[in-house]
Design a protein around this ligand. Sequence first.
Ligand SMILES: [Zn+2]
Length: 297
Amino acid sequence: MNGYHGVSTNIKALRISALLILIYFVFEIAIALSTGSLSLLADAGHELSTFVAIAISLLAMQLATQKPTPKKTFGLLRIEILAALFNGLLLLGMAGFIIIRGIDRLQNPMEVSSLPMFIMAFGGISLEIASLWIMYKGQKENLNIRGSFWHVMNAFLGSVAVIIAAAFIQFGQIYVADAWAGILFAFILIWASFGIIKDSFFILIDVAPKEVNLISIEKELSKIPGVKKVHHFHARTLVGSIKTFSGHLVVKDMNQAGGILKKAKQILDKKHGFSLSTVQIEDENLSETDIKQLEYK
Ligand SMILES: [Zn+2]
């Protein structure tokens, strides 16, 4: 299979999933509001967030095809990160709302009819299994799809929670089970939202990528023959798997600069997988105006 075919198949899978989830969300929110089921409302909230997450993946793939301009030199790639942060905050807000409503419901229990809960949750589970099946192959090769895959996996857990609550109501008239299931699922949503918020926030404040160890890269670069000192190292995630690096190498002899740069590029691009590395080769007498505050040691 060629690359183009793979990408278009993934986009198609995401579009189908997004549409199914959106339709399901509309039904679920309507039934949650009309029955007053809190666990259904929590599941609907997650459904909305899953839809947003898949929409972000699709947007990201679209934005990646946009050409950069002299003003927007990275194109619009990082909008994906902003959108992910927004989705994380949305998820957190929904979870908070469900927990507040749930605590209120525990104090003032309300009869919820279990049949619509069963119908919605079984409908949800079949859709979720279908989505997981469609995405299973793509999630192994594409980070974006993997994120969506785990979103749907959480939705699957939400549907299971609704079914368990509906069973408690159906067979034991234990109506608080609905509130408990809603609250429990809201905590899963908080946990999921923290992951999204943390990852996107760290990228936005330019924390070095998880897999990058600047200390060991520093050692490797300073071992290149002819390199005297290294400083001003920065590594960041632009978006997704695109990592960038910049740093300065002080060399003994500027005549060797070409060979040293070649070796440095090999270490950075080939070994450590930086998509964009900028290395400044300088001699000791260079007077620099760089912000000293940005040197981490
Ligand atoms: Zn320097």
